[in-house]
Each structure stands twice: as structure tokens, then as C-alpha cells.
Design a protein around this ligand. Structure first.
Ligand SMILES: *Cc1c(COP(=O)(O)O)cnc(C)c1O
Length: 498
């Protein structure tokens, strides 16, 4: 039997497949002859023995990876309720656009006269994003949210220096994503954490006490990572501006605001988008992404260069920008991601994007209300695009957030984000996104309720989960520190309840 169970394949490491001499390629002899490295390369650079590559045929190699892919989960398989990550469905029309030869095969050094269409796309995407942000101008260069944060902070630093006074501190609420303090530190700032108030957001009085002439910016995520709107942001922006600081908004949660609220109207001076979240470009597994940064008119001169400009009907790169912080990324950023985001923007229009925010918030609140009897809400009351629970009600059973997350896999759902935000002990951060149907949400709710029942009646089933995957629970710390790259037959023989 090759199947572990039915059509669910057991698969060893590729090194354990094959036999000596098997090849997956058939290369034609080169008309240029072969190159004998040993005659020309210095001997210290020469390999001492065989490389140790797997020796398998093409079908074996192909099946190996396809079988492994079937142990995996994807947004095209089911709901992926990872809070903060906005794992929405990736429309396939985006892929068709990004694969058009005029985009996909464009050389980054092709002259501007040949690339007017691509430049126009960049220009119009930047303008669309600026409009949604309620800000003046946008750079598309940053390759991720975190790089967008760094870009925004470098712009803020440059603006303070240009005004004649370097500032050293950034105020960051304690609900922030780890990239916020990391980007600040990378940019040379000292991070001052601000406590979240009893209602789940930062109170203006807290900012008032921390704000002085050393502070370069207040950096907040809105809605924050508790899924709550920073309701005092308007007042906070006044306090920060009065002392000469800037307001930075981490825009990773823009999915909740699209078309409804513009950060610029809240007093935000700089924000980054995460196009791979809000604008449906595929993400996970490390990229690629895009983190465009929007800024006010006053900060526009500091944007990375070049920016795409338009004179009459002609688009061009503008390099002559003496105050620019310089380049943040080669060429135009992750161009393929930008094509996908532009396609989404054009497909949805402002009405469609507004519906996205409405449906995302509705879906999250539907989950919140249907799960709040079984799981402890971190903060009661309406949420934005995600709802944060904890394992408090399961405490007595001994089952933890980690166990609940692993058990969800047995029910065919990717686990939500866990143990984040750090201010909620045992957090389960659930973001359904707007692309899930009511039927899927109901299935998810049923699974979560069943797990809550198991925690009460048979907690060992939850604690041992997952039971229906190719591999059981990993010791994640050991797996990262001391990986054992050998297939163990015992993994298959583990007893499987249910
Ligand atoms: C995802 C996320 C980031 C970081 O974005 P990357 O694109 O992963 O670098 C920052 N802040 C918040 C709130 C996020 O959810």
C-alpha cells in the first residue's frame, strides 16, 4: 500500500527515494563543449566528493512534491482565519493580469517610451492608494509591511532633521505587531511602549503624558490588533502634532476601513498598506509582498526615489528629488504584486472596496457573537474585522489555546493566530475576512463549539490533537533548534481517535 489512508499518501524524504544513477533530466550535449572546472578554478573552491543530490526520475520527483503539497493547507482549500494576516481569497483574474506577457516579461531597464502602460499602472495604483488613505502621495517600493514601516520612519526622521531637530523616540501601544518596535529600533529610535486602556485602545491622556519634544512619532495600528478602533486617535493626533510629532498608522488592518474611513482624516501623516493582505495578493510562506507608504503633502519630498510622474500624457520616473531618503528597493518594488493589487482595485471600484470593509466587519462580528458563550472574549462589545478570544473558559480542563488551535486542524480549518496580541493571555485571534460565506462561518462555529464541548467532556482528545494529519504534534522549539531530517515510520502508527 502506498496510501497512508486511501488517497492520502505516505511520503518519505526525497533522499530515501530513488536509486543510484537515476536522472530526472536529459540534457543535450552543448555545442560549446563541456567546461572542466578542475582545470581553471582554484583548487580550494573545488568540491571534494559527490554533491549528495537525490537520484530520482522526473515522475518520482514530481510526485514527491505533489504528495507533500497534499499534506499542506491553502486558501484555495478552505478558511484560513489567521488574525491580523487577512488571508482572503486571491481572485484568479489578478493572476491572469500579472501573467500578461507585456507585464510578466518586461525588462526593468526597458526605456520609458516602451513601458508607458506599466508606468501608468504604477501611477494610477499610487494615486488610488493615496485617495483611499486620504493622503497626498504614495511610494510603491517597499516589499512588505515591515519595510513600509521602516520607510515611513525614515521619512519621519528625515523630516525632523530637515526641520533642524533630530528626535529620538517613538511611542507605540502595547498591542502593536512586533514589526513596529523592530522597525523603530532598526531606524535608530528608542521605543516607548504605551499601555492599552480598559476599553482596549490607547487613551489620549496616556499619550499626553508621554508626549514631549523628544518624540518623533506616535505609531499605532488602527483598528488595533484587538480588532478595536482606536477611538481617541483624533484627539491623540492633535496632542502629537501640537508638540511637533508625526502620527504613523500601521495600515495592515485597512481591510476594516476601506472606503469607510480615511486615515488622513484622523490626523495620520504616514501609513503603510499591506497589499498582500488588503489587496488580495497571495501571501504566506515568506512573500512576496508589497508595503506601499502614503504620506501628507509636507512629507512628499522625502519619499524614496524614483517616483512615477506624469507630464501631459507621458509617464516617467522622476529621479531629481534632493530631499528623498533614497532607494528602498531595486527597480519598482515587487511589480507582479502591484499588478495584482491594481487589478483588484479596478475590479472592485470604490463601492466594491467599501463592501469589503462592511462584510469583513460583519463576518467578524457574526463569529464573535456566536462564539462568545463558549470562548472568553478579550474585550466585549462590537469588533472591527477580527475578534480576539482567549482560553480562559477552558482553563479548568487543562486544554490551552495551542491545543484548541491544533484540534481545529482535525476539523479541516487552519488555526487562527494564537498568543498574539501579547496583552491577551492565551489569545485566539480570529479574522474570517469578507470572502467566506455564511455556510463556512457556520461550519467554523460548529467546529469551535464542538472543541469547547470536548474540552469539558474529553479534554485529552483536544490535548493530543491533531489526530488526522500525516504527522502529529511537533515539538516546535526542538524542530527549529535540532531538526531531525529522517522519516520515522512510527509517525504513521500513532493511534487515531475519532
Ligand atoms: C502583517 C502585519 C505587519 C507586518 O507586515 P509584513 O508584510 O508581514 O512585513 C505589521 N503590522 C501588522 C498589524 C500586521 O498584521
Amino acid at each position: 500500500m502506498t496510501g497512508r489512508r486511501g488517497l492520502d499518501f505516505a511520503e518519505p524524504l526525497i533522499f530515501e527515494r530513488g536509486s543510484p544513477g537515476r536522472r530526472g533530466t536529459s540534457t543535450l550535449a552543448s555545442p560549446l563543449g563541456t567546461w572542466d572546472a578542475s582545470r581553471e578554478a582554484p583548487s580550494e573552491f573545488l568540491r571534494r566528493g559527490p554533491v549528495g543530490l537525490p537520484e530520482v526520475g522526473e515522475p518520482e520527483a514530481f510526485r514527491h512534491f505533489v504528495r507533500l503539497s497534499r499534506w499542506n493547507f491553502a486558501i484555495d482549500l478552505g478558511m484560513y482565519p489567521l488574525g491580523s494576516c487577512t488571508m482572503k481569497y486571491n481572485p484568479k483574474v489578478n493572476e491572469a493580469a500579472a501573467r500578461m506577457p507585456g507585464f510578466a516579461e518586461l525588462h526593468p531597464y526597458a526605456p520609458e517610451s516602451w513601458t508607458q502602460g506599466a508606468l501608468r499602472l504604477l501611477y494610477e495604483l499610487a494615486h488610488g492608494l493615496a485617495e483611499l488613505a486620504g493622503l497626498h502621495a504614495v511610494t510603491l517600493q517597499p516589499a512588505a509591511g515591515a519595510q513600509g514601516e521602516l520607510t515611513g520612519l525614515m521619512i519621519i526622521r528625515a523630516a525632523h532633521i530637515a526641520r533642524g531637530g533630530a528626535r529620538t523616540r517613538i511611542l507605540i501601544p502595547d498591542t502593536a505587531h512586533g514589526t513596529n518596535p523592530a522597525s523603530s529600533a532598526l531606524c535608530g529610535f528608542e521605543v516607548v511602549p504605551l499601555p492599552t486602556g480598559g476599553r482596549g485602545f490607547v487613551e489620549a491622556s496616556v499619550v499626553e503624558r508621554a508626549m514631549d519634544e523628544r518624540v518623533a512619532a506616535f505609531m499605532a495600528t488602527n483598528p488595533n490588533t484587538l480588532g478595536l478602533f482606536e477611538s481617541e486617535i483624533g484627539r491623540i493626533a492633535e496632542i502629537v502634532h501640537a508638540k511637533g510629532g508625526f502620527v504613523y498608522c500601521d495600515g495592515a488592518n485597512m481591510n476594516a476601513l476601506l472606503g469607510k474611513v480615511r486615515p488622513g482624516d484622523m490626523g495620520v501623516d504616514v501609513m503603510q498598506y499591506n497589499l498582500h493582505k488588503t489587496f488580495t495578493t497571495p501571501h504566506g510562506g515568506g512573500g512576496p509582498g508589497a508595503g506601499p507608504v502614503a504620506v501628507t503633502k509636507a512629507l512628499e519630498p522625502f519619499l524614496p526615489k524614483p517616483v512615477v510622474a506624469k507630464t501631459g500624457d507621458v509617464y516617467r520616473f522622476e529621479f531629481d528629488r534632493p530631499k528623498s531618503i533614497g532607494r528602498m528597493r531595486s527597480f519598482c518594488g515587487n511589480f507582479g504584486v502591484l499588478v495584482r493589487a491594481f487589478t483588484y482595485l479596478r475590479e472592485m471600484g470604490i463601492d466594491g472596496l467599501t463592501r469589503v470593509a462592511e462584510m469583513a466587519v460583519l463576518n467578524a462580528n457574526y463569529l464573535r457573537v456566536n462564539l462568545r458563550d463558549d470562548f472568553q472574549l478579550a474585550f466585549d462589545g462590537p469588533c472591527m474585522h477580527e475578534a480576539v478570544f482567549s482560553d480562559k473558559k477552558q482553563k479548568a480542563s487543562g486544554a490551552t489555546t495551542m491545543d484548541i488551535a491544533k484540534r481545529l486542524i482535525d476539523f479541516g480549518f487552519h488555526p487562527p493566530t494564537i498568543y498574539f496580541p501579547l496583552v491577551v493571555h492565551g489569545a485566539l485571534m480570529i479574522e474570517p475576512t469578507e470572502t467566506e460565506t455564511k455556510e463556512t462561518l457556520d461550519e467554523f462555529i460548529a467546529a469551535m463549539r464542538e472543541i469547547a464541548r470536548e474540552c469539558r467532556e474529553s479534554p485529552d482528545v483536544v490535548k493530543g490533537a491533531p489526530h488526522h494529519t500525516a504527522l502529529g504534534r511537533l515539538d516546535e522549539v526542538q524542530a527549529a533548534r535540532r531538526p531531525v531530517l529522517r522519516w520515522k515510520r512510527e509517525c504513521e502508527e500513532k493511534p487515531r481517535p475519532r
